[in-house]
Design a protein around this ligand. Structure first.
Ligand code: B12
Length: 249
């Protein structure tokens, strides 16, 4: 049984944490007091405002440092573990060649009004991310990157035209849950446009997704902060080549 733990600040297990937030009030001593009131109500006791800075005339940004009494039980934590092997580009290419005997087609886009392309480009562009080459580097992958602000109907049409094996979408803006609404709209549109069991693999990524939400969003996998091209390629190859070998047998 793993032991319960507490946050560490100055000494082991002292429960000290740091919290940052913004309040819609001008920078003042009253604002500092309001920040302290919030932190205390959240269970930080004692709490200390260690940083407060005006954010324009009407807002103040705070960092509060203080003690919490909550215990953390790591044995109760649930996460989505990687359930596919990590492949090198060479291994991925060989697996695609062996089982598909053609290039695996990937269509990617930022959908809705989202113009944050850096994340999907990190995965798709040849230059890659975190020292790994992007999917365009893989000889056996055909990558069609549609860029920013692609509508769901445009995405579906292009996926059909390209005979996409996988569709990768990115959602970075989360205001009013736009990322969740857009993803659900996208997965519903693919279900409608393709016969059952024939739709491409649907993958969504962005920094504020919860990896455990794949079923709820109607997608096959959710990738989040720090995802690397190698992980994404390995996932695609694993899912698509195992599905095609099941069909062949
Ligand atoms: C750069 C940037 C911009 C650039 C984008 C340029 C571009 N071509 O992408 C510009 C200046 C255009 C911009 C505009 C806006 N932005 Co902006 N932007 C950022 C910023 C600073 C960095 C984002 C980034 O590039 N991260 C680096 C990449 C590599 O990380 P990533 O996206 O998380 O991607 C990784 C993973 O998430 C994952 N991943 C992502 N997508 C996918 C997809 C797939 C398929 C897979 C497998 C994996 C995957 O893999 C990547 C690598 O690990 C963030 C703040 C921040 N520090 O994060 C704000 C931020 C995202 N922006 C924000 C906002 C509000 C806006 C604007 C609305 C501002 C405005 N009022 O105009 C506009 C919206 C424009 C629009 N229509 O979308 C907010 C979003 C808040 C929210 N809760 O939604 C942020 C968080 C800033 C903030 N704190 O307020 N922005």
């Amino acid at each position: 049984m793993s032991p319960v733990i507490r946050p560490y600040g100055d000494t082991t297990g002292d429960g000290m944490v740091q919290l940052s937030f913004t309040l819609p009030m001008p920078h003042s001593k009253i604002a500092d007091g309001a920040a302290l009131q919030l932190a205390t109500k959240m269970g930080m006791d004692p709490a200390l405002v260690v940083h407060s800075k005006p954010m324009g005339p009407d807002y103040t940004f705070f960092v509060v440092y203080g003690r919490v009494n909550h215990l953390v039980d790591p044995s109760q934590v649930q996460v989505v573990e990687r359930d596919f092997p990590l492949l090198t580009p060479k291994e991925a290419n060989a697996a695609i060649k062996r089982s598909l005997r053609r290039r695996l087609v990937v269509v990617g886009a930022c959908i809705g009004t989202d113009a944050h392309t850096v994340g999907i480009d990190a995965i798709l562009n040849i230059k890659g991310f975190a020292g790994e080459k992007g999917l365009e580097y893989y000889r056996e992958l055909k990558v069609v990157n549609l860029g920013a602000q692609v509508s769901v109907p445009q995405l579906v049409d292009r996926a059909l035209a390209e005979k996409a094996d996988a569709v990768l979408i990115s959602q970075v803006v989360t205001q009013r849950d736009a990322h969740l609404l857009n993803t659900r709209e996208m997965s519903a549109a693919f279900r409608e446009a393709y016969p059952a069991g024939k739709r491409p693999l649907l993958v969504v990524g962005g920094p504020r997704f919860d990896e455990a939400m794949a079923d709820e969003l109607g997608v096959d996998r959710v990738f989040t902060r720090g995802a690397t091209p190698g992980e994404v390629a390995s996932f695609l190859v694993h899912r698509i080549t195992t599905a095609s070998s099941r069909k062949a047998s």
